[in-house]
Design a protein around this ligand. Structure first.
Ligand code: ATP
Length: 312
């Protein structure tokens, strides 16, 4: 059973500063670290840590950042299907001030060169059980990957993040759409939001199953024609929610892959329960990739919580 993740990889350059510099200003950094990032990369790592066999289709530059991201992905047990292109590896420059406010500049770099899927990439998608996509990759590539998946009966999970317009025919071709509240409102054409359940009914109107993540409130699971089910978040003391969404998507994909891969309501709710547990562990830890738990950690955490429930 294989999950193919097609998406972005960035090197995140994080500068700790007392305050974010104003135009024309130079400030000294108090600390600096470089971390692997990008939604595709984070979700590939989250899916692999949650126990799935993962192939990651990605474009990296022929530079040190690309070598580092490739090494870290391989160390996470991912099979890399990487194009090395004549563009710098994607990067993000992140300033974090003393109040944990941030300012971010993203350079898509090599990620923008992930166009015209090759025969090999399309064959990998066709051979996979599940395909996981996000929107940090050119939309035409996302469309071509979905078409290849559909022709081969590969189940498609689209995490429509970051927020962007998605053609209606693409939504119709997806099996499961995963979005946060903000992305759900944007896709439903109601940027001010009109209540979770009404957003969900607009989105399931495209014919696909939809999961709307609600931060510390958990997630709503909807399939066309049935009442949605709310899966509560696991109550924890959250320290850093960076990467919660990517951890959720990866864990959800791995759980669905381990099960029947059916997208009926019961299977989606079961995968969502696993994903909320994984994300609850991640929000108690610092960083994105370092916070993503393994399958064993999620299973231990769930056992502990269920024991606590029985004792109380
Ligand atoms: P981010 O962009 O911060 O990575 P997101 O906006 O894509 O996240 P959220 O809806 O904030 O996604 O969070 C995804 C999932 O993570 C939620 O459905 C929930 O299960 C879990 N989660 C997020 N915040 C918390 C929290 N404070 N406590 C427990 N679980 C949380």
């Amino acid at each position: 059973m294989t999950v193919v993740v097609l998406g972005s990889a960035n090197l995140d350059l994080v500068y700790e500063v007392e305050r974010i510099p104003a135009p024309g200003e130079t400030v000294l950094s108090r600390g600096f670290e470089a971390f692997p990032g990008g939604k595709g990369n984070n979700q590939a790592i989250a899916t692999a840590r949650a126990g799935a066999d993962v192939r990651f289709i990605v474009a990296l530059g022929r530079d040190a950042a690309g070598d580092r991201l490739a090494d870290e992905a391989r160390r996470a047990g991912i099979t890399l299907q990487a194009r090395r292109v004549d563009a710098p590896t994607g990067s993000a420059v992140i300033f974090v001030d003393q109040h944990a406010e941030n300012s971010i500049v993203v350079n898509s770099g090599a990620n923008a060169a992930l166009v015209d899927p090759t025969m090999g990439e399309l064959a990998d998608i066709a051979a996979a059980d599940l395909l996981v996509l996000q929107l940090e990759t050119p939309i035409a590539t996302v469309g071509a990957a979905v078409t290849a998946a559909r022709a081969a009966a590969t189940t498609v999970i689209l995490n429509a993040a970051p927020s962007a317009a998605v053609p209606a025919e693409l939504l119709r071709a997806v099996d499961v759409l995963v979005v946060n509240e903000h992305e759900a409102a944007e896709l439903a054409g109601e940027p001010d939001g009109t209540g979770e359940r009404s957003l969900l009914s607009v989105l399931t109107g495209h014919g696909c199953a939809v999961i709307v993540t609600l931060g510390s409130d958990g997630a709503l699971v909807g399939v066309p024609g049935q009442d949605p089910v709310k899966v509560p978040a696991v109550k924890v003391d959250a320290k850093d929610t960076t990467g919660a969404g990517d951890t959720f998507v990866g864990a959800f994909a791995a759980a669905l892959d381990r099960g029947t891969r059916s997208t009926d309501l019961a299977s989606l709710v079961a995968a969502t329960e696993f994903a909320t547990a994984a994300a609850a562990i991640a929000v108690q830890r610092k960083g994105a990739v370092p916070s993503i738990p393994t399958l064993e950690e999620v299973e231990r955490f769930r056992k502990g919580r269920s024991r606590e429930r029985h004792q109380s």
